[in-house]
Design a protein around this ligand. Structure first.
Ligand code: SF4
Length: 701
């Protein structure tokens, strides 16, 4: 055991039910305590998302919360080439506020902004966007969902009317066919991945559309299954081909379409999707998947009584991420697979509270509850409650903030609980932007990569040190309960309150429950949510309001929150990405996660999970390896149009020839050093999943 492993402290004295702070499954745990010390985390049998199950991250990898690397004291410095100076909270907050004020005085109201965290609670996220809109006086707020599921927000809103998945996790137990696109649930969402496996073992058919052979395809006693190993960048061509088969072979659900969908939009879409250029045969060259396999998959999906779609970042992190999300919704609408158990469109959200960070108004164009900033009625409600007038124009997105910083127009940034220097694409560009800032305020539990460019460091609080709520991938609001005191003396929400007050905007709350009451008063989907009700029910799935007082496990059962209550078919023209393989960069790199590590690894690398996976590795097909004289374990230089990095090789038949794969859990190896600036046309979500590269054997770095 390392010094940060869990030491056997003997029998616990009491336990507190709280929610895992890793992935979007949102498992409930009993934190078993002896005094202020955490003895162990035991999955809670009463947990509505996990029913007593857990994975290796939530169950064992919590030692990071008490790791020696935790920052316990605020720090400031005038410039990033100076050493940090430890100060008290009051001095740090006042230093940050006076810098922000003087920058705004010199460069204007729009010259500063902030990034909320998908690791923090709903209440904390709500307060940060409120700070930005009400105290900074602009809409320059964004969230890490920008780089993961922003296309989900856009695409589902356009088609189904609500920026969230339609089902409860348990719904899969009624599915007869499960279509998984660009997701690896057994590694990235392990507890739900296991539930999926149970259903597949019971006989549901599985279709996986993914460049790589994911573990789900190796489920023992798996029934019918199909792998569509499509080329990175060809998602939209593939989903259009599936829908083409449904329509041209008469497999659509005519009753559902007639009753539940807009007729004009459907007629236009039907004409578009029926065109021969969308057939599986016409796109075979683009997708690399045989037309026969695509036709078979479309028939299986359309003919099953209940077919469900689950997707991940392999759908969204593309230049056509939003188009693909709409393509998925089209397929579900055309086959009538919306609005009941066992069906639906289900984005598998990555971070514990990425759904919540979007719900809470982190995006620059939306107030909490997905209310557009240009909507005068919604904006008026917030203005009345917050006592300020608000901008009616969307603010800057994260990539726009970086560009504006390099151009000298954006001068200060407040980042809560995100490591953008490591997580965002094209690291050189991100670092240039951060270096250009006059003031970077980082609030985090560790001195992360972003903090290297910071002027103010505010210690963050871990999930064990705060009260609040997280919202998981099934829109389930779960309570987070404090089990130990905040190591730096303040919870994250208290820091935001202090900063707002120092800036001259009064904020005052006694407890996060009061923040939730304010959210409920302003966001219609949360109108029926309170801590009292959450404690009574265990959890609640939004919408939770007068219409759905006990929440909504399944959405869109009778109608869609759209004009006339109808689902909307969107035209999803396939447009190839500009990132192409050529002679110089002949391979396509795509990225993903591994079970034992989590995202940029800030938490899991500080636990014993590190021993299981202590470096990012490049997987490549034996054919590509042989061509280059590469064997397992060789060091490889990987070069793209954006940069160069070095990783070790793993030769694997899970890959298809021409496609290579790595994870992004370790700083230094830097998958993001080589990813490009391409992004989704609608939301600027980066195209992490397609980078043309060359790979060659190198000597050890
Ligand atoms: Fe935590 Fe996700 Fe594992 Fe559940 S599945 S224990 S939420 S990491």
């Amino acid at each position: 055991l390392s010094e940060n492993s869990i030491i056997d402290l003997g029998q616990p004295e009491h336990s507190v039910v709280t929610t895992c702070a890793y992935c979007g499954v949102g498992c409930s745990f009993r934190a078993e305590m002896k005094g202020d010390q955490l003895v162990r985390m035991v999955p809670d049998k009463g947990g509505d998302a996990n029913h007593g199950h857990s994975c290796v991250k939530g169950r064992f990898a919590f030692g990071y919360a008490t790791h020696n690397d935790r920052i316990k004291t605020p720090m400031i410095r005038d410039s990033i080439d100076q050493p940090w100076k430890e100060v008290g909270w009051e001095e740090a907050i006042s230093f940050a506020a006076s810098r922000l004020k003087s920058i705004q005085a010199e460069h204007g109201r729009e010259s500063i902004g902030g990034i909320t965290s998908s690791r923090c609670t709903n209440e904390e996220t709500y307060l940060v966007q409120k700070l930005i809109r009400a105290a900074f006086g602009n809409n320059n707020t964004d969230t890490c969902a920008r780089v993961c599921h922003s296309p989900t927000g856009y695409g589902l809103k356009q088609t189904l009317g609500e920026s969230a998945g339609t089902q409860t996790f348990d719904s899969i137990m009624k599915s007869d066919c499960v279509l998984v696109i660009g997701a690896n649930p057994t590694d990235a969402h392990p507890v739900f991945g296991s539930m999926m496996r149970r259903r597949l073992r019971e006989g549901a058919s599985l279709i996986v559309a993914d460049p790589r052979e994911i573990d789900l395809l190796k489920t023992p006693h798996l029934g019918d299954s199909a792998h569509l190993p499509l080329r990175p960048g060809s998602n939209v061509a593939m989903v259009n081909a599936l829908s083409h088969v449904v329509i041209t072979e008469g497999l659509e659900d005519t009753d559902f379409i007639a009753k539940r969908c807009e007729s004009d939009a459907y007629a236009k879409w039907r004409a578009f999707i029926s065109e021969p250029r969308n057939s599986p045969e016409a796109v075979e060259e683009i997708t690399g998947v045989s037309a026969t396999a695509v036709r078979e998959a479309a028939r299986t999906f359309a003919k099953a009584p209940n077919s469900a779609i689950y997707y991940g970042l392999g759908v969204t992190e593309h230049s056509q991420g939003s188009t693909m999300v709409m393509g998925i919704a089209n397929l579900a609408l055309a086959t009538g697979n919306i609005g009941r158990d066992g069906v639906g469109v289900n984005p598998l959200r990555g971070q514990n509270n990425v759904q919540g960070s979007c719900d809470m108004g982190s995006f620059p164009h939306e107030l909490p509850g997905y209310q557009h900033v240009s909507d005068p009625i919604a904006r008026g409600r917030f203005e009345a409650a917050w006592g300020v007038s608000l901008d009616d124009e969307p603010g800057l997105r994260i990539p726009n903030m970086f560009d504006a910083a390099i151009a000298g127009q954006f001068r200060a940034l407040y980042v809560q609980g995100e490591d953008i220097a490591q997580s965002d694409p094209n690291t050189q560009h991100v670092e240039a932007a951060l270096k250009a800032l006059d003031c970077l305020i980082v609030q985090d539990i560790f001195l992360n990569e972003t903090a290297k460019f910071a002027h103010v460091l505010l210690p963050g609080s871990s999930f064990l040190e705060k009260n609040g709520t997280f919202t998981n991938a099934e829109r389930r609001i779960n309570r987070v309960r404090k089990v130990m005191p905040a190591v730096a003396g303040k919870e994250d929400w208290e820091v935001t309150v202090d900063l707002a007050n120092a800036l001259g905007y009064p904020m005052s709350y006694n407890h996060p429950s009061e923040i939730m009451d304010e959210i409920a008063s302003l966001a219609p989907s949360f109108a029926g949510v309170s801590y009292e009700k959450l404690d009574k029910h265990g959890s609640l799935q939004w919408p939770c309001n007068d219409q759905f007082p006990d929440g909504s496990p399944i959405m869109h059962m009778e109608s869609f929150p759209m004009p006339e209550g109808k689902g909307h078919f969107a035209i999803t023209e396939f447009v190839p990405t500009t990132e192409r393989a050529n002679r110089k960069f002949p391979l396509l790199l795509t990225t993903g996660r591994i079970l034992s590590q989590y995202n940029v690894g800030a938490q899991t690398r500080r636990t014993d999970n590190q021993a299981w996976h202590d470096e990012d590795i490049l997987e490549l097909h034996p054919h590509d390896a042989e061509e280059r004289g590469i064997s397992d374990g060789d060091w490889l230089g990987i070069t793209s149009r954006a940069g160069h990095t070095v990783l070790r090789a793993r030769v694997s038949v899970r890959m298809q020839p021409g496609v290579v794969y790595t994870t992004f859990h370790h700083p230094g190896s830097g998958a993001n050093v080589i990813t490009t600036n391409n992004s989704d046309w609608a939301t600027n979500c980066p195209e992490y999943k397609v980078t043309a590269v060359q790979v060659e054997k190198v000597s050890q770095p």
